[in-house]
Design a protein around this ligand. Structure first.
Ligand SMILES: Nc1nc2c(ncn2[C@@H]2O[C@H](COP(=O)(O)OP(=O)(O)OP(=O)(O)O)[C@@H](O)[C@H]2O)c(=O)[nH]1
Ligand SMILES: [Mg+2]
Length: 418
C-alpha cells in the first residue's frame, strides 16, 4: 500500500542515572567514591533512503523510542549509551512537529538526515563530585529524562517530469512506455489511486517521471480523488499534460485540458511557472479533425502520440530531455528549521497542594533535584543556596510560606525554615 502521510510518536532515550558507590576491598577501610556516570540516551534520527518508496511502514502511528542509557555502577563503570533510532523514509519526505506545524526538515537529497530528538544526558556518578572539601560525596546525578513528541511525515515526491491529465487519458500507459514502471491500467476513470514513479533511461541520461491520479473539475474542492495527490507533482520541473484526443467517451479534449490546468493552478498558483508539454494521446484512434481542432484552440508545445502503438514517443522523450537540460534543478523547501526547545533552565513553579504543602516544579527544580540528593547534608545546603539564588525562596515567601510548612519536590518533602 502506498502511504504518503503518517503521524508517529518519537522519543529519545533517557539518560542513565549516575551511581553512588564507594570503593571497598578487604583491608581498605575508606575507599574513595567510585560511582560511574550513566550512559547517554540514544537520539531519534530520520534519514532519507533512496531504496524506500513510501511511508507505509509508518502507517500505524506507532511509538518509536531510542534506547535509554543504562545506569553507571561501582568501580567507576560508565553506563552503556543507548543506541540511536534511525527511521528511514523516502527522499522528499517533509518532517513537521505536529503541535506547531513547524518544519523540522525537508529530507530532499538521498542520505539527508536530521537528528529530531537528542538523547538525554547521562547523570554523573559520585566519583565526579569528589573535591578537596568533599572527600566522600554521598550523592550522584539522575539521568536526564526525555519527552515524547509527535511528528508528521509527509512525502512530497521529487521527480523531473510530472504526468498530469484528466482521468483515463492514458497517463499510466504512458508511464509504462517511458519507464519500466508497471502501473495499473484500465479503461475507466480513477484507475490510479496513488502516485507511481519511474525512471526514463535515454542516451542523454535519465529522468524521473511521476504519474498521479487523474484530475477533474472541482478537484481542488475535493471532487474525484481531490487534490491531495497534487503535492506529488509540486516538486517536478516539467509537466507532460496528457490529453485524450480521441474523444471516444464523448468528452471535449480542449475543455478537459483547460479544466485540468484550472485545478492545478487553483491548488498552487506557482504551478503556472512549471513548463508544460502537451501530449495528445490516443492519436491511433483519434479523428484528424479532433487533433486539428485542439491545435487551433490551444497555444502550446504539442506532440501527437499513441501510448499504445508508441507513435510519437521518441519525439516526446527528446522534447522532454531538451527542456530539462535548460531547466534549473529542483531545490528543497525554504524554511527556518523548527527545533524542539530545550526547556528554560531557570523556569520554576510554586503551587499549593490540597494538604497545604508548597509544591515546587519546573525545569530548574527538576534539574536541581537530579543533581542533588536531598537526604545528604552538603548536597541539601547547596540546594538551598540555589533556591535562594534562583528566586525560589522569594517566590515561596510571596506565596505565604511560614516556618514549619511543608515543601514538596517530586516525591521528597522537607520542612521550611527561614
Ligand atoms: N487507443 C488508445 N488507447 C489508449 C492509449 N493510451 C491509453 N489507452 C487506454 O486508455 C485507458 C486508460 O489508460 P490509463 O493509462 O489507465 O489512463 P490514466 O490516465 O492513467 O487514467 P487514471 O489513472 O484513471 O487517471 C486504457 O484502457 C488504455 O489502454 C492510446 O494511445 N490509444
Ligand atoms: Mg492512471
Amino acid at each position: 500500500m502506498f502511504i504518503d502521510r503518517a503521524k508517529i510518536y518519537i522519543k529519545a532515550g533517557n539518560g542513565g542515572d549516575g551511581c553512588t558507590s564507594f570503593y571497598t576491598e578487604k583491608y581498605v577501610p575508606n575507599g574513595g567514591p567510585d560511582g560511574g556516570d550513566g550512559g547517554d540516551g540514544g537520539s531519534v534520527i530520520i534519514c532519507a533512503a533512496d531504496n524506500i518508496a513510501s511511508l507505509s511502514e509508518f502507517r500505524f502511528g506507532k511509538h518509536y523510542r531510542a534506547e535509554n542509557g543504562t545506569a553507571g555502577s561501582g568501580k567507576n563503570r560508565h553506563g552503556k549509551n543507548g543506541a540511536d533510532l534511525v527511521l528511514k523514509v523516502p527522499r522528499g519526505t517533509v518532517v513537521r512537529d505536529e503541535e506547531t506545524g513547524g518544519i523540522i526538515a525537508d529530507l530532499f537529497y538521498g542520505g539527508d538526515s536530521v537528528t529530531v530528538l537528542a538523547g538525554g544526558k547521562g547523570g554523573k556518578g559520585n566519583a565526579r563530585f569528589k573535591s578537596s572539601r568533599r572527600q566522600a560525596p554521598g550523592f550522584s546525578q539522575k539521568g536526564e529524562p526525555t519527552k515524547e513528541h509527535s511528528v508528521i511525515l509527509e512525502l512530497k515526491t521529487i521527480a523531473d517530469v510530472g504526468l498530469v491529465g484528466f482521468p483515463n487519458a492514458g497517463k499510466s500507459t504512458l508511464l509504462s512506455v517511458l519507464t519500466r514502471a508497471n502501473p495499473k491500467i484500465a479503461n475507466y476513470p480513477f484507475t490510479t489511486l496513488t502516485p507511481n514513479l519511474g525512471v526514463c533511461a535515454t542516451d542523454d541520461g535519465n529522468f524521473t517521471v511521476a504519474d498521479i491520479p487523474g484530475l477533474i473539475e472541482g478537484a481542488s474542492d475535493g471532487a474525484g480523488l481531490g487534490h491531495t495527490f497534487l503535492r506529488h507533482v509540486e516538486r517536478t520541473r516539467l509537466f507532460i499534460h496528457v490529453v485524450d484526443v480521441s474523444a471516444a467517451d464523448g468528452r471535449d479534449p480542449v475543455s478537459d485540458y483547460n479544466n485540468v490546468n484550472t485545478e492545478l493552478f487553483k491548488y498552487n498558483a506557482e504551478l503556472k511557472d512549471v513548463p508544460q508539454i502537451i501530449a495528445l494521446n490516443k492519436c491511433d484512434s483519434a479523428p484528424k479533425e479532433n487533433i486539428q481542432a485542439f491545435k487551433n484552440a490551444v497555444d502550446g508545445e504539442i506532440y501527437e502520440i499513441s501510448a499504445v502503438t508508441h507513435g510519437g514517443i521518441k519525439e516526446l522523450i527528446r522534447a522532454a530531455v531538451n527542456k530539462l537540460a535548460v531547466l534549473p534543478p529542483l531545490a528543497p523547501i525554504e524554511y527556518e528549521p523548527y527545533k524542539y526547545p530545550d526547556a528554560d533552565p531557570d523556569a520554576f513553579t510554586v503551587a499549593r497542594a490540597d494538604d497545604g504543602a508548597f509544591v515546587l516544579g519546573g525545569e530548574m527544580i527538576e534539574r536541581l533535584a537530579r543533581t542533588v540528593v536531598l537526604e545528604d547534608r552538603d548536597s541539601f545546603a547547596y540546594f538551598q543556596r540555589r533556591l535562594d539564588d534562583g528566586g525560589v525562596t522569594k517566590a515561596l515567601k510571596k506565596a505565604g510560606i511560614k516556618d514549619g510548612d511543608t515543601v514538596r519536590i517530586l516525591d521528597t518533602e522537607f520542612m521550611y525554615e527561614s
